[in-house]
Design a binder for this molecule. Structure first.
Ligand code: UT7
Length: 335
């Protein structure tokens, strides 16, 4: 008989360096007014070079999630880490999280699904736990964007959006008759839009790394985004994938106690809230403080929502994401 899985603990970590919109206005042609009006973002965190890494931030968030679950690090059976900004080209940072946590040679899997990476990872953890292979799986989203953003005016439409941070949850086996648990996850992709939001290099579609045009061409090293196309697809897919999760569980939007959308843009969250006819207090947003932290944004928001008492036992929590790939995903969780 299949087991059931639940989120047993949450945690997050953000770098201490706060970068306001006015700070950005000092280094590129932008304004606090433009950024707030188009994205809702007031400030974000940037990592400290030499101190923070994707692995170190992920490990810190993970330690908090394990403590929050009332577990010891030695109880963890497997690590899944989602990021689009790995510390090395390879290996992925999952193994460095394993090292930092000192959990003896357990497996570490790196997931590359950008903004949807956390829900993809949650889904993988859910399957491992349900089949009985593992009892406690760490699921981490961690990003350092600020090291690879074009901080000149040329890159302003992308660089003002993204921020650094990490969030983590523990997915644990639970009694199959318990109400609490991950009810379902739903994963999608559409690769024909891969180039609408991507970083080309280092990769095999760009010129070799050591050629001078590689380093001189910002197209190859910085993220590029067709913002309006991404926006248009996002609002459709968010709504669609939330309905998919509700339908799979014979539920309606009114059953949702808290929707935690990937923090892409406050305007996208507000659009989805309106389309789903949800009251404002049923949608959690913290993009105002952290910007878009891609794979980290949902666990970071979930952890803060929990800290603020907005996620309570028995609540129906809906997680939904859309981003580069395009990929999109949702999860329904009974807390
Ligand atoms: O997490 C992954 C998913 N990502 C998303 O969901 C992002 C989706 N897209 C968006 O959120 C929006 O498209 C953006 C916030 C990225 C951009 O907003 P927009 O309303 O689509 O602006 P735009 O790119 O069409 O640019 C409008 C104007 C342009 O000037 P002109 O051509 O009208 O004179 C830009 O050059 O705003 C200018 N602009 C800026 N001005 C001041 C672009 N970036 C900035 C900036 N500051 N940072």
């Amino acid at each position: 008989m299949l087991a059931k899985s639940k989120i047993s603990g949450v945690g997050h970590y953000v770098p201490e360096n706060v970068v306001t919109n006015n700070d950005l206005a000092k280094i590129m042609d932008t304004t606090d007014e433009w950024i707030q009006e188009r994205t809702g973002i007031k400030e974000r965190r940037w990592f400290t070079y030499g101190k923070d890494t994707v692995a170190s931030m992920g490990a810190e968030a993970a330690r908090k999630a394990v403590a929050n679950a009332g577990l010891e690090l030695s109880d963890i059976d497997f690590i899944i880490l989602a990021t689009l900004s790995p510390d090395y080209y390879f290996p992925g940072p999952g193994v460095k999280v394993q090292e930092a946590l000192g959990i003896d040679t357990i497996g570490a899997l790196d997931v590359r699904n950008q903004c949807s990476g956390f829900i993809y990872s949650l889904s993988i953890a859910d399957q491992f736990v349900k089949t009985g292979m593992y009892k406690n799986v760490l699921v981490i989203g961690s990003e350092v964007h600020s090291h690879r953003l074009d901080k000149s005016t040329r890159g302003r439409s992308v660089s003002v959006i993204f921020g650094d941070g990490a969030g983590a949850v523990v997915v644990s086996a639970t009694d199959k008759d318990s109400d609490a648990g991950i009810l379902s996850t739903h994963l999608h992709s559409q690769g024909k839009y891969a180039e609408e939001l991507c970083t080309m290099g280092p990769g095999n579609m760009t010129t070799p790394v050591f050629e001078t045009d590689y380093v001189s061409d910002p197209e190859h090293i910085f993220p590029k985004m067709n913002g309006s196309t991404v926006f248009k697809h996002a609002v459709v897919r968010f709504k669609e994938v939330i309905h998919e999760a509700l339908n799979a569980n014979n539920m309606a939007p009114t059953d949702i106690d808290l929707l935690i959308p990937h923090q892409a843009n406050l305007r996208i969250s507000q659009f989805v809230q309106a389309k789903m006819q949800l009251p404002q207090d049923k949608v959690f947003n913290n993009i105002q403080k952290y910007g878009n932290t891609t794979a980290a944004s949902i666990p970071l928001a979930l952890s803060e929502a929990w800290q603020e008492g907005k996620v309570k036992e028995g609540d129906l929590v809906c997680l939904a994401a859309f981003g580069s790939g395009f990929t999109w995903a949702s999860a329904l969780v009974r807390w």
